[in-house]
Design a protein around this ligand. Structure first.
Ligand SMILES: Cc1ncc(COP(=O)(O)O)c(C=O)c1O
Length: 359
């Protein structure tokens, strides 16, 4: 008798697996990880201390309602408490957003290429992805995205700045787009990298959400705040969207370590801002060096740079790895390199220079 396997949902059949940034090789003379858009700085002493204190009671469940963190966020961003929801990283909140809005037969629109979790979480919900190609300048094509809306559209992601191309959507074009989106379609402004933006034509999503109930702002503590390993992100949205997010959250998903570290980080913003400034300065240095070498590099407003290398992507990534830095290749398209330690960035630039000369 042949045993039958458990019945799994057909929607899972072709779900692409999330590819994490490759770790740096262990044991090599030099090995820097520039593949996951992490913050290269170690935790601040005060933040580390808050985590150590919280660790003393991890035999207990965390505060389910994230009370302290929610209060801190409400005052920091001047939003009502019931407009906030937290989750296990902003990718967790993004999944809650899709689960709250879309199921079989529904459509989720996003630019492509963009954050690779969007297709995964859409498909897991049983909904259909509608990918709208980026423009030739690696930017969101908001007119085409608005044209792609149908009566099945439930959610639209706008990744600002866009991962992996580092480009931004500016205020006027975003407002025009939001005005075109029907009020019963949720627009999620994914602002995972907002702290790295220095172009003042780019809006802060919180300004846009205030008088637009169909706009939700997604933020994370993983990038500028340096808490990637602790998994905490949040959304700001009007009711009933925020209430739906609280319903779809995994109970106790955000650990007490993460909650306390996030509060400590919000209270250490000056020190964190200095680090972000240093990374922005490094970003400028890296981009200018690449342009000096002859590369076309989008104006990055994030903590990474993008090179469209096409068929040469895999070779370029392999050359980086041999030299001691791991970048993030998207085979056949291009590669994304996170701005890391100066030494790592220098190694990356040397590989890029050599590669450019060979083209
Ligand atoms: C655009 C974007 N959104 C969300 C995330 C998720 O980050 P986290 O789940 O660590 O908050 C990432 C991470 O790379 C990202 O690039």
């Amino acid at each position: 008798m042949t045993e039958k396997s458990p019945k799994l949902r057909a929607a899972l059949d072709d779900v692409p697996t999330y590819k994490p940034g490759k770790p740096a090789a262990a044991g090599g003379p030099l090995a820097f990880k520039l593949s996951s858009n992490e913050n290269p700085y170690p935790p601040l002493a005060g933040v580390l201390e808050s985590v150590a204190n919280a660790a003393a009671s991890f035999n207990r469940y965390p505060d389910l309602a994230c009370t302290g963190l929610m209060a801190e966020l409400a005052s920091r961003f001047d939003v009502p408490l019931d407009h906030l929801a937290t989750g296990t990283g902003s990718v967790g909140v993004a999944q809650q957003l899709v689960q709250s809005t879309a199921g079989p037969g529904d459509e989720v629109i996003y630019a492509w290429r963009s954050f690779e979790a969007y297709p995964i979480i859409t498909q897991i919900a049983g909904a259909t992805s509608v990918r709208v190609p980026l423009t030739d300048t690696e930017e969101h094509d908001l007119d085409a995205m608005a044209d792609a809306i149908t009566d099945r559209t439930r959610l639209i992601f706008v990744c600002n700045p866009n991962n992996p191309t580092s480009t931004v959507v500016r205020r006027a074009e975003l407002e025009r787009f939001l005005d075109r989106v029907p009020s019963d379609v949720l627009v999620v402004l994914d602002e995972a990298y907002i702290e790295f933006i220095r172009d003042d034509r780019v809006p802060n999503g919180i300004e846009l959400y205030r008088d637009r109930p169909h706009v939700c702002v997604l933020r994370t503590f993983s990038k500028a705040y340096g808490l990637a390993g602790l998994r905490v992100g949040f959304a700001i949205a009007h009711e009933p969207v925020a209430a739906a997010l609280r319903k779809t959250a995994v109970p106790f998903g955000v650990s007490q370590l993460a909650q306390d570290a996030a509060v400590a980080s919000l209270r250490s913003e000056d020190a964190l801002r200095e680090r972000v400034e240093a990374l922005v300065a490094e970003r400028t240095r890296v981009r200018e060096a690449l342009i000096g070498q002859g590369w076309t590099v989008p104006d990055s407003q994030a903590n990474f740079v993008w090179l469209r290398l096409g068929e040469r992507t895999a070779d370029f990534a392999a050359a980086c790895e041999t030299a001691g830095v791991v970048v993030r290749p998207f085979p056949g398209e291009g590669m994304r390199a996170t701005i890391g330690e100066q030494e790592a960035n220098d190694i990356f630039l040397k590989v890029a220079e050599r590669f450019r000369k060979e083209l």
